[in-house]
Design a protein around this ligand. Structure first.
Ligand code: ATP
Ligand code: MG
Length: 421
């Protein structure tokens, strides 16, 4: 990806209005800013600005998964029914969001909704001894889900990339150790992408695998989930499992909880031996006895995360990207009013930023100041550098923050220093 870019070259343009049929705030803002394109309900393409944000989010997740020992792979979206029949998940009443298709040569295929079955089968070719364990494998891979509702913009789509990691352990204790490490890594990820303060580890249903799972829920009125939050302890309980028994287990009282709407940004599951037994993933222990591998799965949707950031960190003018995920770190804006000296100075600064490795978007377009500022607010790059006759007369450029609007005049010689790191 380009380090820097001239806005006049960007093929996307901002729009005043979002499509009429788009009801979600995240998609409205992202479409207006030129980050995404709506193909149909629940299906979106990522455009240059949007792809940069998505890639930044993915890279943060990748770093944190590598840090806990994850090994990255990519599996296929086309899946063989044979494996899913072994675990009895090919049936539509077992997985209700399947997209299924047919081979021309005959026979059914599935489009990946998740990857427990194919990965368990794959690992059985490499794991045979206790010495081969534990292992942690993950991917960023396209999932297809035939979702009934698609009203939450990029937060609930029918085709999306998921980061899914799977753990393979020898004992319940070894599994639990990693599960907690991964939960900590998830909180780091949510903090780095700017929603840490609003995101809570949430006690949730384990679905068909285990009694419980842990969700990561970001407080937001646009969320589809309802959770009961204990702000003091920083934990929450999903409405689905909100029972006296669960509250007692967690040591919390009804009176201490608030009912709030939230977005599930991540979910981690104990899988036990549900898939290793169905698909024959075993290892020989130290005594030579055959044992099923203990598994866990750990999902995050980078697109849903991006949509959540757009929902939670935006104002009436547009998105306010946190530094680590922003499409560029600086938005250089030239307000020349036809003055060639201003253009020359802005061009020079652009070159300087580029040479020093600062990711900058340069608004070099021939447009009115008001339009440039409105677009900059909508696109939401955290720091803005304005060059105009006025700033040149004051001996520098005007730097302002999208977060708090604070501005200051800074001499050119200090700009690079400000943006490095
Ligand atoms: P939900 O309950 O919201 O339908 P899920 O529990 O089915 O989600 P998981 O299978 O746990 O989802 O998927 C792991 C992560 O993938 C979720 O926490 C979310 O971040 C993301 N995700 C799931 N479904 C979608 C979707 N339809 N569109 C975008 N991201 C999704
Ligand atoms: Mg989930």
């Amino acid at each position: 990806m380009h380090l820097t870019m001239r806005q006049s070259q960007l093929f996307t343009k901002t729009r005043k209005l979002a499509p009429k049929d788009e009801v979600a705030k995240n998609a409205q803002l992202l479409i207006r800013g030129g980050f995404i394109h709506k193909e149909m309900a629940g299906v979106y393409s990522y455009l240059p600005l949007g792809l940069r944000v998505l890639t930044n989010i993915e890279n943060i997740i990748r770093e944190e998964m590598n840090a806990i020992g994850g090994q990255e792979i990519t599996m296929t979206a086309l899946q063989s029914p044979t494996l899913w029949k072994k675990s009895d998940r090919w049936r539509d009443d077992s997985i209700d969001v399947w997209f299924k298709t047919e081979l021309k040569s005959g026979g059914e295929l599935g489009l990946a909704t998740t990857h427990e079955e194919p990965l368990t089968a794959l690992m059985s070719e490499y794991i045979s001894s206790y010495k081969d364990l534990p292992k942690y494998v993950y991917q960023f891979q396209t999932k297809f889900r035939n979702e009934m509702r698609a009203k939450s913009g990029i937060m609930r789509t029918r085709e999306f990339v998921m980061k899914d990691l799977y753990s393979f352990s020898r004992s319940e204790e070894e599994f639990r150790g990693f599960y907690e490490q991964c939960a900590t890594a998830y909180m780091k990820i949510f903090k780095r992408v700017g929603i840490g303060e609003k995101t809570f580890r949430t006690f949730a249903s384990g679905g068909s695998f285990s009694k419980f799972s842990d969700e990561f829920q970001t407080l937001c009125d646009a969320g589809e989930d309802t959770v009961h939050l204990h702000r003091g302890k920083g934990i929450a309980v999903n409405k689905e499992v909100y029972t006296d028994e669960v509250l007692a287990d967690l040591g919390i009282k009804k009176e201490e909880l608030e009912e709030v709407k939230a977005i599930e940004v991540g979910n981690i599951f104990p899988l036990g031996t549900r898939f290793s037994e169905a698909l024959g993933l075993t290892y020989k222990d130290e005594k030579g006895a055959e044992q099923p591998v203990i598994m866990g799965s750990y999902g995050i949707g980078p697109g849903r995360l991006m949509g959540t950031i757009a929902e939670v960190l935006s104002d009436e003018k547009g998105i306010v990207w946190p530094k680590e995920v922003a499409p560029f770190s600086a938005h250089l804006i030239s307000i020349s009013g036809g003055n060639a000296d201003v253009t020359a100075e802005a061009d020079r600064l652009y070159g300087l930023l580029k040479e020093n490795g600062v990711e900058a978007l340069y608004d070099d377009r021939d447009a009115r100041a008001g339009e440039k500022f409105a677009d900059a607010d909508l696109i939401g790059i955290p720091m803005r550098i304005v060059v105009s006759e006025k700033t040149m007369a004051e001996g520098g450029v005007e730097i302002s923050s999208r977060t708090n609007g604070g501005t200051s005049i800074v001499p050119d010689s200090e700009i690079v220093e400000r943006f490095k790191n």
